[in-house]
Design a protein around this ligand. Structure first.
Ligand code: SF4
Length: 207
């Protein structure tokens, strides 16, 4: 347990209130960015969104979007066919069921097309600073290399991390994303410069 707390403290010390690399100006842009970022890089999403938000500046314009036109804006994004359909369905549901206001609770967010637990949590983390964990590919890899979880699914990994860390989960989530993206990378992790190296016994460790 002491080791887990040391890991937590070191993440918080090395990442001072980290924020997402997605670029957004309001809650509408945030939810669209997060939906597009599933199995796609933030870099790619940031290239797509300036023109996308010029064409569809708010939830109402997205709800009324023509599917083929919307696809043409996001076609460089992975799974763009499904994402385009879900974006329109999500926007329609927000207009019809929530008076055009994107809901800020997990249950209502998860009622929207294309919004699962991870997307809902990331929106609540980024917009409200909510004490939630969200497990993407980076957080999953880092958790397992650091032996914080042995769970097979992102959902069960999220439960482990939430139980272990308890608070500051929003910052820890973002710290683990950035740590996984730039240091504890899938291929060739930068173990020599890793601030957790002394606590890591992963078979992937390269020293
Ligand atoms: S030592 Fe290497 S494998 Fe272990 S956490 Fe650090 S970067 Fe990842």
């Amino acid at each position: 347990m002491k080791r887990n707390l040391q890991i937590k403290e070191l993440f918080l010390k090395n990442f001072d209130k980290p924020i997402t690399e997605l670029k957004f100006k309001n809650l509408y842009e945030l939810i669209v960015c997060v939906m597009l970022s599933a199995q796609c890089t933030d870099k790619r999403v940031n290239l797509i969104t300036p023109n996308l938000f010029k064409a569809y500046p708010d939830i109402k314009s997205l709800a009324n979007a023509n599917l083929s036109s919307l696809k043409s804006y996001i076609q460089s994004c992975s799974f763009f066919n499904n994402k385009a359909q879900n974006l329109i369905k999500m926007a329609k549901a927000v207009c019809e069921n929530f008076n055009g206001e994107i809901p800020l609770n997990e249950k209502d967010l998860k009622s929207l097309a294309g919004v699962g637990q991870k997307t809902a949590h990331v929106v609540l983390i980024e917009w409200c600073g909510a004490n939630f964990m969200a497990v993407d590919t980076h957080v999953f890899r880092v958790s397992h290399r650091l032996n914080l979880s042995k769970a097979k699914t992102p959902e069960a990994t999220e439960e482990d991390l939430t139980r272990i860390f308890k608070d500051n989960l929003n910052y820890l989530h973002q710290a683990m994303v950035l740590f996984g993206r730039y240091t504890c990378k899938a291929k060739k992790p930068l173990c020599k410069e890793c601030f957790l190296s002394h606590l890591c016994t992963s078979k992937d460790k390269e020293i």
